[in-house]
Design a protein around this ligand. Structure first.
Ligand SMILES: [Zn+2]
Length: 568
């Protein structure tokens, strides 16, 4: 492609509504164009990147034995009513009706549609396993769409759904998808990490998020360099590295007046104690019964861990009325001492604490020098807090944390949908069984944004060569010069003949302007053709990522670029 014929509307400045690097740069470099809030046109450069990602995904999914199909964007309300999600989904689901007043959803996901297909087509254990995928536009009516392609209302996803005859077969399918995802993100040239995520009521290690590593990511990854374990913040376990003050002698319990002090900051400031010398008491309603959950003042309760540790199915924070009912005091003054008819569950770190502060279950009062065993008893100890950097992995090593952007999710669904929608097959004994399902998503358009968050500098985007819209750009300095034009055209033809995707900047612009544009759009390699170099029979290859310049003889440019691109 010649730049003069391409549509690459670069901007000097990013529109003011763009907040994050990927959004700013994709607008500035002409990859996307806003149509409405959270809705974008993928411009030619953006589409080129998208198609490269799509090709990689398709190749790896096919290789893993999944079969592509394409479900409709519109799905009838009847299917969603069967699973109860017509109500559950809420306002994020875009709903429309046709001229007959029949209701439809613009699919935010396709479990219902695929399960409907499975129940009509997969009748016998001989029909299994099956794994179907599609690469499709999806809709989610975000309340506040922002960050460009990162959180758009209309976006492209690859979603796959597997059907297996039993647990063992479902685990094999899950493993294949995990491997396919690892291949996909590796082939996209991204630095990523697969992390364990919450698997709901299924249990075991059957939910993973694939995170592109970027300092600007919204997700926190807790991982261990030594044993390689990695999990998202909700899922991460580990041992608290808190040392505590267990050796201190117990001092007498003392009630302190703390008028109007309801926050940790107010109480610790007034009582002159550190947050880790205070115990927070949170009243939860767990499977219908009140439970006081204790963590030290600088920790937060991880409700996923709480749920898992108590084997609970429903965990809610009590409302103000319930707190008053169970503790006898307004919110802000709950504590473990003197609680009646409320079970007490304490984070394991409390075993190392002596003489701590806590609420007195009385308006405007706290206790000082509370001690476990002497002043109250815990019904259960468990790890209930969010693990953070510096805590200890189960292997004994220190945990680290990283920021990431979720671009993929693999999940074992079990029989949630197949039971509700009767997607059943006859097993070998002639008995009807619900198929065991898995679902596997990739945010295709989001990969573009994540790649830019991972690869950018003050001059623009730095694409991984694997998904860049062009592998190389030839910047002709003064294309009107006959010798420059002749060399640039010849090089352009030779690279095309070798299968290199190349853009020729033939515009009548200054060298500085062209260099800036080439850097902004993020092409991995730039070949500069100028009359000064040609006098020495040489060209310069610039590597976008390292800013390295390599001088090559005119005739050696194709071979050198192929070597850099690793093209055989
Ligand atoms: Zn470890």
């Amino acid at each position: 492609m010649k730049w003069s014929q391409a549509l690459i509307p670069t901007l000097k400045d990013a529109p003011s509504e763009a907040e994050i690097a990927s959004h700013k740069l994709m607008l500035r470099a002409g990859y996307i164009k806003k149509v409405a809030s959270g809705i974008y046109t993928l411009m030619p450069l953006g589409l080129k990147v998208l198609l490269k990602v799509v090709n990689i995904i398709r190749a790896e999914m096919n290789r893993a034995g999944a079969e592509e199909l394409l479900m409709p964007i519109l799905s009838p309300a009847e299917l969603w009513l069967e699973t109860g999600r017509w109500e559950l989904y809420g306002k994020e689901m875009m709903r429309v009706h046709d001229r007959q007043e029949r209701k439809f959803a613009l699919g935010p996901t396709h479990e219902e549609v695929i399960t409907d297909l499975a129940r009509s087509e997969l009748k016998s254990y001989r029909d299994l396993p099956k794994n179907f995928y599609q690469i499709q536009i999806k809709f989610r009516d975000e309340i506040r769409p922002r960050f460009g392609l990162m959180r758009a209302r209309e976006f492209m996803m690859k979603d796959a759904y597997s059907f297996d005859r039993d647990e063992a077969a479902a685990e094999i399918t899950y493993g294949k998808m995990f491997e396919a995802y690892t291949n996909i993100f590796t082939r996209c040239g991204l630095k990523f990490r697969a992390v364990e995520a919450e698997s709901g009521n299924i249990g075991g290690s059957f939910s993973h998020e694939f995170m592109v590593l970027a300092e600007t990511g919204e997700e926190t990854i807790i991982h261990c360099e030594k044993c390689g374990s990695a999990a998202n913040k909700e899922r991460a376990g580990g041992n608290c590295s808190f040392e505590g003050n267990a050796a201190e002698p117990e001092r007498p319990l003392e009630k302190v007046s703390t008028p109007g002090m309801k926050t940790i900051e107010a109480v610790t400031g007034f009582m002159k104690v550190k947050a880790q010398e205070l115990v927070k008491t949170l009243i939860y309603i767990i499977d219908g019964a009140p439970v006081a959950v204790l963590v030290k003042g600088d920790d937060e309760v991880n409700e996923h861990r709480l749920k898992r540790n108590l084997n609970a199915s429903e965990v809610f924070l009590a409302d103000a009325k319930q707190v008053e009912k169970y503790t006898g005091a307004p919110v802000g003054f709950a504590g473990p001492v003197g609680l009646k008819d409320v079970a007490i569950v304490a984070d394991s770190s409390l075993k190392k604490m002596k003489n701590f502060a806590a609420g007195a279950n009385e308006k405007d009062a706290h206790y000082k020098n509370v001690n476990l065993g002497r002043d109250f008893k815990a019904d259960k100890f468990a790890d209930l807090r969010f693990v953070s950097e510096g805590d200890l992995c189960s292997c004994g090593c220190k945990l680290s944390s990283q920021k990431g952007i979720e671009v993929g999710h693999t999940f074992k669904l079990g029989t949630k949908y197949s039971s509700k929608m009767k997607a059943e097959f006859l097993d070998e004994a002639g008995k009807l069984q619900p198929a065991i399902m898995g679902c596997y998503g990739i945010g295709v358009t989001r990969i573009l944004a994540a790649a830019v968050e991972q690869g950018n500098d003050e001059n623009g985007i730095i694409w991984p060569a694997e998904i860049a819209p062009y592998q190389a750009v030839i910047t002709a300095i003064n294309y009107a010069d006959a010798a420059v034009k002749e060399t640039a055209d010849r090089l352009y033809g030779a690279l095309l003949a070798e299968g290199v995707e190349v853009l020729l900047d033939d515009r009548d612009m200054s060298a500085g302007f062209k260099f800036k544009d080439a850097e902004l759009i993020g092409i991995p390699f730039r070949v500069t053709v100028g009359s000064r170099g040609l006098k020495e029979n040489s060209l310069e290859i610039n590597i976008r990522k390292t800013k390295e310049n390599i001088k090559v003889p005119v005739d050696g440019a194709v071979a050198k670029l192929k070597e850099l691109l690793n093209v055989k």
